[in-house]
Design a protein around this ligand. Structure first.
Ligand SMILES: Nc1ncnc2c1ncn2[C@@H]1O[C@H](COP(=O)(O)OP(=O)(O)OP(=O)(O)O)[C@@H](O)[C@H]1O
Ligand SMILES: [Mg+2]
Length: 228
């Protein structure tokens, strides 16, 4: 279970302070899927970075299965991320010096899996990139890079998947395929899904839709978010 309590977060530039989250509250049950919607700049990416422990809140707390994230050491946090979390960043964060295959194999290699390469190859095939294994990120289209990032996030069957606009750069058909993969993992492996998305079809497949506005998370129906 993930619990956000009165979470607040601001970015500080020299003169200016950007208040992104003011009092965000959320309880996310195991195996639940939620979509985080909200206009550009409302704080969706910030929220995911906080959940991943990659940014730190100014106030409030985040607890994962009763452990307050702020009590974990950097090493413990890194272990947690490696073993249980799959993250798809909005800007992919692929390793430029590694091929598509090696990018996908990376989480498995870090975890010491013996069959890393074979599993990574299978995962790349399932995102439709079996023929691009040996390309480097700069030799892939934006949508292909996105699919490599998704393959990398899912390859170790994480129990929590954080995905930032995972279908943002994809055409409708590929987007649906990627969406199916995320929801299959959710259904089969019981992964908890947190998706920041503007994609209506994807958001409506989630158990709940939370709308981020004015620094707060408010549960809304799909119709309230997407019509009008
Ligand atoms: N490192 C940073 N330093 C200062 N301000 C930042 C930083 N990162 C984000 N911001 C600001 O914080 C606000 C929230 O950004 P965030 O990236 O979380 O929005 P978002 O909802 O993900 O938007 P989008 O839909 O465009 O991806 C924005 O106004 C942004 O300009
Ligand atoms: Mg964003």
């Amino acid at each position: 279970m993930i619990k956000l309590k009165n979470l607040s977060m601001s970015y500080r530039l020299q003169e200016e302070q950007v208040d992104v989250l003011t009092a965000a509250n959320l309880t996310l049950k195991e195996r639940e899927s939620i979509a985080v919607a909200g206009p550009s700049g409302s704080g969706k990416t910030t929220l995911l970075l906080l959940l991943a422990g990659l940014e730190h809140p100014d106030g409030g707390s985040i607890s994962l299965d009763d452990t307050d994230l702020s009590n974990l050491s950097p090493d413990e946090l890194a272990d947690w991320r490696r073993d249980r979390m799959g993250i798809v960043f909005q800007s992919f964060h692929l390793v430029a010096s590694l091929t598509a295959l090696d990018n996908v194999a990376l989480p498995l290699e870090i975890a010491g899996a013996a069959d890393a390469e074979a599993r990574a190859r299978g995962m790349l095939k399932s995102v439709g990139l079996g023929h691009r294994q040996h390309h480097y990120p700069s030799q892939l289209s934006g949508g292909e890079q996105q699919r490599v990032a998704i393959a990398r996030a899912l390859v170790h069957a994480p129990s929590l998947v954080l995905a930032d606009e995972p279908t943002g750069n994809l055409d409708k058909r590929t987007g649906e395929k990627v969406s199916d993969m995320l929801f299959n993992l959710h259904a089969e492996a019981g992964a908890t899904l947190v998706l920041a998305t503007h994609d209506e079809a994807m958001a409506r497949r989630c158990d709940r839709i939370l709308h981020l506005d004015d620094g707060q998370l408010i549960e809304k129906s799909g119709d309230a978010v997407f019509s009008g």
